[in-house]
Design a protein around this ligand. Structure first.
Ligand SMILES: [Zn+2]
Length: 186
């Protein structure tokens, strides 16, 4: 019996320096299209959002971490375990690309949206998940479809939705008309 296989999960992802930005997530082995990569954002996580109101009391180090790492909604953001930024797991380090190879399944977990080679950087389009209307980020990913500016409103764009709907965070897939002002979450 192969004991290793029984005890340990297969190593799929690891951190390394990225040409895109600082540190990124890389494929430690070949990953197949639709394959589960890491836990993402679940429905319950939206119940534990830290509100933007509460962020006012955070110091500038924390504010930077929130900006760099956290997926936001109109109401607040998804905070790491115990609100402790010393506990960020590998999947918190995905960089953005307008032509990413990672998206979300119907549970909100990260999956490969195409076959990925060993050693390839894993990226997802932040527009698939970000819905904080104030979020704005420059992009230089050099893909032909690069939007240059990534915002927390991209998920509402009809063209974007048409191209990406089934890779979006499930919370953003539903109809958004009539949801505006209350955020995407039912
Ligand atoms: Zn881009």
């Amino acid at each position: 019996m192969d004991l290793n296989k029984k005890i340990f999960k297969e190593v799929l992802i690891e951190l390394a320096t990225s040409k895109i930005h600082g540190i990124g997530v890389f494929a430690a082995r070949k990953i197949k299209k639709r394959q589960f990569i890491a836990e993402g954002i679940h429905k319950e996580d939206y119940k534990d959002l830290v509100s933007w109101e509460e962020v006012k009391y955070a110091n500038k180090d924390i504010k930077k971490k929130i900006l760099d790492f956290c997926i936001g909604s109109p109401k607040g953001f998804v905070s790491p375990e115990d609100n402790d930024f010393n506990k960020l797991c590998i999947e918190w380090y995905f960089n953005h690309s307008c032509n990413g190879n990672v998206g979300f399944n119907k549970n909100g977990d990260f999956i490969a949206i195409r076959n990925i080679r060993k050693g390839e950087e894993l990226t997802y389009d932040y527009g698939l998940a970000e819905s904080n209307p104030k979020f704005k980020m420059k992009c230089n990913c050099s893909n032909s479809n690069c939007r240059k500016i990534i915002t927390g409103n991209d998920w509402k764009n009809l063209e974007f939705r048409k191209n990406n709907l089934m890779s979006m965070l499930p919370a953003l897939r539903g109809k958004y008309e009539g949801n505006e002002g209350q955020g995407p979450i039912k």
